[in-house]
Unconditional design. Sequence first.
Lengths: 558, 584
Amino acid sequence: MLLGAGAARSDKADAPLGYSLREVAQEAGLEFVQVCGGDKSKKYILETTGSGVAWIDYDNDGWLDIFFVNGSHLNTQPPGPAPSNKLLHNNRDGTFTDVTAKAGLTRSGWGQGVCIGDYDNDGFDDIFVSYWGSDVLYHNNGDGTFTDVSHRSGVAGDASRWSSGCAFVDYDRDGKLDLLVTHYVKFSLQTAKDPGSNPYCIYRGLSVNCGPRGLMGETSTLYHNNGDGTFSDVSVKSGIGAPSGYFGLGVLVADFDNDGWPDIYVASDSTPSLLFLNNHDGTFREEGTLRGVAFSEEGMEQAGMGVSAADYDRDGWLDLLKTNFSDETVNLYHNDGKAAFTNASEAAGLNKYTHFVGWGCGFFDPDNDGLLDILYVNGHVYPELERLHADTTYREPCVLYRNVGGYFQDVSQLAGSAITKPATGRGCAFGDYNNDGCVDVLINNQNARPSLLKVKQENQNHWITLKLEGRKSNRSAIGARVKCRAGSLVQIDEVRSGGSYLSQNDLRIHFGLAQENNIDLIEVSWPSGIVDQFCNVMVDRFVHIEEGGRLAMMSKPV
Amino acid sequence: MMRSRPHTRPRQHASPLSRRGVLWLSLSLIASVCAGWAQSLPVPADQAASKIEAGIALLRSHQLHPAKDAFSAGLTINPRSVDALTWRGITENQLEEYKEALRDFDSALRIDPDALPAHYNLALSLIKLGQTDAAIKNLEVVVKAQPAVAEAQYNLAILLESKQALSQAVEHLQAAYQAQPEDNVVNQHLMLDLLLLGRENEAQASLEKFLQAATPDSLQQSGAALLAAGCFKQAVLLFEAEQARAPDNRSVGLLLARAYIGAQEDHKAIGLLETLPQGDEDVEYLRGLAYAATGASEEAESAFQHAARINPRSARAFYQLGLLESAVPAQQSEAIQHLEMATQLDPGNAAYEVVLARILLEHDQVSEAASLLRRVRTGGPESAERNLLLGIAEVSQGNAAGALPKLEESVTQNPKLALSHNMLGFCYFAQGAYAKAAEAYRDASNISPETLIFAHNAAIAFERSDNLDQAMVYAKRAAALNAGGEDHYVFGKLLAKTGRRDEAIRELKQAIALSPDLEASYYLLARIYMQLNEAEQAAAWSAKLTELKQKHERAYVASKRQGDPLASTLLQGARLNAAEVGNP
C-alpha cells in the first residue's frame, strides 16, 4: 500500500521541492476583500465560517476565471458599497479584471459556498452559491453574463436556512447534473445567544460565539434535475435527507467503491460525517460509521470542514482527506477497497499539527512527480483566543505536505512564506490559472484579501491537463473517471464539482507524469457508461476530450 | 504525580592516608634503616656511601636541604646508587617536592625494580600527587614481599577503602592486625569495613575490642560513618553495645535512636527516646521521625511542633512538619508555610527547597515554584529533581519547548528518575516529535515497569510514530497492569492494526467489560467485523455505539444545562462596541 514508503522517505528527505511557490494576489490584480462579520471578536457563529472560491472558465476561452464568494457585516454597514461576490476575468497575462457587474453577479449577503456545473448542458458552466438565506443559481448565458434563476429553478431553498457545501452531481446518471446542498446549523439572529451566555458558548474559559453544539443540526438537500431548467427536491425520496441533526459543511462527490456511480461524502462539524453510497436506483444508504469515515480513529466526533478525494497511493481507489478543528489532526482515510476505509493519518505522517483549525484542502501535484501532495489552509474561529493563550493564534499558516510514496513529509518551511505566512484561510481551490502546466492555489481568506499561490516548475517533470466534455453524459463531464497510464505510473481522477471547503477546483484534470515522456493510455469512463481510450498521447499538453472518442491536443488552450 | 525518593549520600572515609600514616612513613623509613629494612639497604662502602651516611644524619636532624645536597653529591660520585636516589626521594617528600621525589624513585626502580623502600616511598609521592591507583600498585609490591609489615598493609588498606574496595581493604587490615594486634586504629578500620560489608559475625571480635578501647570521639566517628553510609543495622550493633556500657550517655542514646529509625526499628527508637532527658530538641525531632515512620502522623506532628518550640530555629523540624502536613488536604497552607520557614532558616538547603517547590507545583503555584527552583543551587542528588520540577513548571505554563533543556539535564543527572523521562516524553509529544517521545516514555516505563501511565504513554507514542511492534510491547504491559478498559482498547487497536483481528476482538470485548462507556471500543469492534465481512456483527456493534453516543449526548446536554455559565473573561456580559467588533 505504501509504495515502498520506507526507502522513499529517506531518499526524498531533504530534496528540493522542484518548484517555487509565490503569493501573487496583488500583482494578479485580485481586488477583493472577503467580509465575514467581526475580525477582532465574533459575536455569532455566522461570522466564523468564511466563504468559498471557485475556478471557473465561464467564457470557455480555456483560461480559468475566478469567482469569489463574499459574506457580510453583522452590524451597520460602513460607508461604501456593500460587500459582494466577485467574478474576475482572466486576462491571460497573469492578471485578472473585475467583471462582476458586467456579468450580473453583484450580490450581497452571507455567501457561503460555490460549486460549478453546466446544469442545462448548453456548454457553459453555471454557478450555484449557497447562503445563509436563500441560495442562488446563476445560469451562464454564454455571453459573459449570468441570470439568477434560483426561484424559477426551485433551488433557492428556505430563506431562513443556512446552506454550506454544495456539489453538482449526476447521481442517477441520466446525463443531467443534479445538485446536492448540505446545511450547517439552524440559526437566527433574532434568537441567537450572546457569547458566554451558556456553557456552549465557552471555549477554554473564554466567552465565544455559541455553537455549533447546543444549536439545532440540519440535514442535506438533494435536488433532481428535471431537464427543463427546474429541479425537484428528492431529499427524502433519495434517502439523503434521512440523517438529521448534524452540522454539514464540506461536500465531496466521488465514486469510492468503483462501481461507476457517484457517492457523496458530507463532512460534518462535531457530529459524525456521512458517507452516502449510491444504490444505483436513485437512492443512497448512509454508511459512514461502518466504513470508517465518520469519526476519528477512536470513534470520536471531529470537526469536519474541508474535504478532498484522490488516489494518493495509486492503488486504484479514491482516498479521502478531511480537515478538522484544533486539538484534532486532519483525517486521511485510506480506501482499502470498495469504500472500506482505514484512518491512515498517523501512518502517513499527517498527525504532526494539532493546533490549527483546518478548512480548504486538496490533493495536487505541484512538482508533477506523479505523487499527489497535500495542502490545506488554516485559521482559527475565535480571534479572542489570541489575547490569552500563547499556543493558539487566530491567523495560522497553511500546511504543505509532500508525498514521498504514501508517506507525507512536512515541507511547509521549505515552501517559504507563501505557505508559512499566517492568515485566516477558509475556501481554497486548485487550478492552473496561467496554463503553464503547474497547478496553482487560490485562497479566500476570511476578512482579508485573498491569496494566490503561483506554482512555478523548477524540474523537468512532465504533465498533462485534460478538459473533458460530455455528450451523452452531462456537458461538464462531472463524474467522469479518468485513468492515465504512463510507463509504470498509473493514476486515476474524476471530474468533480464542489469539494475542498465550500469551493470549486478547476474542472480540468491534471496529472503529473514525472519523467515519463509519453502517455501510453488515457481511459475515460463517462457517467453514461461509455468508455473511451486513447493511446500514445503526448505529454505537456492541454487535451480536450469529447465523449465518444474525440481528442484534440494543444500546447496551450486556444 | 510526584513521589519522594530516598536520597543516598556518598560514604565518608578517613583520609586516604592518615596524618599518622604519613608521619610513620617518613620516620619509619629512617628507623627501617636501623631495623629490619636496613638489610635491603647495604651499607655504602665507597665515597658515595659516605655522602649518603652524611645525608641521613642531616635528615635526622631535620636539615632537609643540606641532606638533599649530600645525597645529590653521592649521586654525582655514583649516579646509579639506588640508595642515594631513594634517600634523596625521601628528603624531597619531606620538602613536599613530590614530582622530584617521584623522578628519583622511578630512577631507583629502573636500576633495581625490587627496591622495596623505593616502592614504598614512591607510594607516598603518588598519593600526594593524587595518583592513588599507582600508589596502590607500589604498596602491593611491598606487602607482597613483606606481608608482615603492618604499616604497609594498613596504608594500602586505607587507599583501598578510598576506592570503595572494601573486601580487599579488609584483607590487608587483617594482615596488619595480625602483625600488630595492639593497634586500635587498625582494629577500628577493620571493624568498620567488616560491618559495611555486612559481615557482622566476623566483625564481632573487632567490635568488642574496639569498644573496650574506644574513646567517645572514635565511637562517634565510626558510628557517624556507618550512619552516613546508610548501614543502620550495623550502626545499631555498635551503639547498642556502647549503650550497654554507658546507658546514661545521651549522645550514644541519640545516635542509637537515629540508627534504630534508619534500620526501621521505630518502636525501639520511640522506647529509647522516652528514656532520654525530655525537653530536648534532638530528642523531640527524633521522636517525630520515629512516629512518622510508623504512620502515627498526629504524634509525629506533635513531636516536631515541640521540637520547633524548643528551638524556633530548627529548620529540620519545620521541614518535617511541612512534609507531614503536605499529606493532609486540609493542611496545605500550613505545609507551605512551614516548608518556607525551613528554607528561610536553612537557606541554600537544596533538599528543603526542592520539596517546597514540589508542593507549590502540586498546588498550582507554578510561578512561585519556578522562581524558587531557579534559586536552588545544588550539584548533589537534588539536581535532577530540581531540573525535573523546573521542567514541570515550564510545562504547566504551556512552555513545553522551554521545559525540554531542563528535563534533558535531569535525565542526564539521574538516568534512573523515571518521571523525568516521562515528562520529557510529554514535551516531545506536544511538539509532534513522536519518535523521540516514544523513546523517552519507553525509558520511563523500563525504569518503572509497574507504573501504568508510563507504559500507556509509551504505547501511544510508539503508535503515533508508526512503530507498531514497540507500541504492542508497551500496550501489552499496560493492559497487564490491572488496567482499565482504555489500555485493553489500546492493545486491541494495535492488534487490529497488525492484522491480529481475533485477538483484537478479545481485547476490545475485555475493554468494554471493564469500561462500558468507552465509545472507541465499540467503534473499533464494528470496524473489525466490517473488515471481516461479518455485516451483522458490524451493524450490531455500530448500533450499540449509536446508543452509547446518544446516552452520552443526553448526559452532556444535561450537564451543560445544570452548569452555571462561566463568568466572561473578556466581555463581562457587556454589549459589543465598535472597537470590539473590529469591522475591516
